[in-house]
Design a protein around this ligand. Structure first.
Ligand SMILES: *Cc1c(COP(=O)(O)O)cnc(C)c1O
Length: 493
């Protein structure tokens, strides 16, 4: 038995020294979150950070102290900023300390939450149960936690496709009598295109229907298109309703879409990535009530539930259809009656992925800590903040709303009161203005184009934002807008 190599592992060599460092990391992060408002929301990534990111694969070890020092010096300060109260870009959530601690503990436990008799399987099921309660789905419905709404939409559309033509599983798309198609508005998120492409439906199988002035799907055009398509041999199988579009927060007329789906025998899916959460509030319960009757829903926990990345969810009204679309029983994944291989039906039977982390824990801890009523208030607060900002814009001679504010998104631009600016000049001016807002670390709205007009776009899924932050944004938009207008003629922009 001589000459056997010394056996190794990846645990700390010195547990006490690592414990002290771990305590420092926690202390640093608690301060980091407490003081978020005092730091610049964004700054450019310096050369040193980019260089650090180009170092090759390390052959040997480094001390954890040094690695942590690099993290603090080169990574932490140059963050995206979405935990800051004046972060308004895209649709990006903020996270919380509680959930970050939950992620740490989930990683320490590190269960693979796909199969087996262990607590995480039950907590995963419990938060799905909570999601059903939140959206009025029956307790018998199915659901699954995934990385985000992209995966949730893909999961739901896979079930919808299978419910329409079960033979697609064994035979592929040849099993369908004609080309499959899906209906949704032109404002639908691009992840639906990815899903359609992956499902073999193709981008041309997405029949995008025009929207009205409020960016909501035109129902007459939809009905007309379905009739035309059927006559032409298409196989319509699904309508997607938007509960909050990413551009403007528009909510499609979901009751009417549901009725058309029922009449036409089509699956009704709702992409409610963030907007579905507004249904928790009394003010939006009515306009979002059809979600409770939808065949499936995609939403994100990492947007308007303020949880850290990545976590989304698909709910499927008929759990047996969800299972039928995904279940496989390889010999190595068969459940037993007792022991570790017992437990609930493997989660892999309900979705695309096999290995899954314990992401349910952060939901479980954060939602328990605050209760869903606090969420109602926070979501209402964000909606009220957008109404407040919209009012400031309407009251200002230099600011202009570019679409109705119906939810938690405000699209506006700066318009000088002097001089003639056509659309192109206004677009250039506002694009420059947005970059200066970012560079001067005032706030980080994003942008979009609405009927050709460049819009500064504010989306609030941020539990730290206050009305004062929006006053600052409006005030600074005007200050910078005047500065740009004063330093250049419209033609020079
Ligand atoms: C964010 C978003 C998505 C995509 O969700 P991810 O979590 O980023 O994958 C889809 N639809 C809408 C309406 C969204 O806002």
């Amino acid at each position: 038995m001589a000459n056997l190599p010394q056996e190794e592992n990846l645990d700390p060599q010195d547990w006490e020294a690592t414990r002290a460092l771990a305590h420092r990391m926690i202390d640093d992060m608690v301060d980091y979150l407490r003081d978020v408002r005092t730091r610049p929301i964004w700054q450019p990534t310096p050369q040193a950070t980019r260089q650090l990111a180009q170092q090759p694969l390390p052959e040997g070890p480094s001390s954890l102290e040094d690695i942590y020092a690099d993290f603090q010096q080169h990574i932490l300060p140059y963050t995206k900023g979405n935990i800051h109260p004046r972060f308004f870009s895209w649709v990006q959530g903020t996270g919380t300390l509680t959930a970050a601690l939950a992620d740490f503990m989930a990683s320490c436990m590190n269960p693979n939450v796909t199969i087996g008799e262990h607590a995480a399987m039950y907590i995963d099921q419990q938060v799905i149960q909570w999601a059903k309660e939140m959206f009025g789905f029956p307790a018998s419905a199915g659901g699954i936690l995934v990385s985000g709404a992209t995966m949730a939409n893909l999961t739901a559309l896979t079930v919808a496709r299978h419910a329409f033509e079960p033979n697609i599983r064994p035979q592929g798309l040849q099993a369908a009598a004609g080309r499959l198609c899906i209906y949704c508005s032109t404002e639908t998120h691009s992840c639906v295109q990815k899903a359609a492409e992956l499902l073999g439906i193709g981008n041309e199988g997405i029949h995008r229907i025009a929207v009205d002035a409020d960016f909501r799907i035109n129902l007459a055009a939809l009905q007309h298109q379905i009739t035309l398509d059927r006559a032409a041999g298409w196989q319509p199988f699904c309508i997607i309703g938007n509960a909050g579009t990413v551009n403007t927060g528009a909510i499609d007329p979901l009751d009417e879409l549901l009725a058309i789906s029922r009449r036409e025998g089509l699956w009704f899916h709702v992409d409610g990535a963030f907007g579905a959460l507004a249904g928790l509030t009394p003010a939006y319960r009515h306009s979002l009530q059809a979600i409770a009757l939808a065949d499936s829903l995609a939403f994100d926990w990492h947007k308007w539930m303020y949880l850290p990345y990545e976590i989304g969810c698909a709910l499927i009204r008929d759990a047996s259809l969800q299972r039928a679309a995904f279940a496989l029983q390889p010999n190595y994944l068969l459940s037993h009656e007792r022991g570790l291989a017992a437990g609930p039906d493997p989660i892999a039977n309900y979705g695309i992925e096999l290995s899954r982390g314990f992401k349910a824990l952060k939901i479980w801890m954060q939602v328990r800590e605050h209760g869903i009523d606090k969420y109602r208030r926070l979501i209402s607060q964000n909606i009220a903040q957008c109404a407040y900002l919209s009012q400031i814009i309407e009251d200002s001679a230099e600011l202009e709303l570019l679409c109705p504010t119906t939810l938690n998104i405000v699209c506006y631009r700066y318009r000088p009161t002097q001089g003639h600016y056509d659309t192109e000049a206004l677009n250039q001016l506002n694009r420059e203005l947005l970059m200066r807002l970012h560079e001067q670390a005032v706030a980080t709205p994003s942008y979009t184009l609405l009927h050709g007009a460049y819009a500064i776009r504010v989306c609030i899924v941020n539990h730290r934002t206050t009305r004062h932050d929006l006053e600052v944004l409006a005030h600074e938009t005007i200050r910078i807008g005047r500065e740009i207008a004063a330093s250049s003629t419209p033609a020079a922009l």
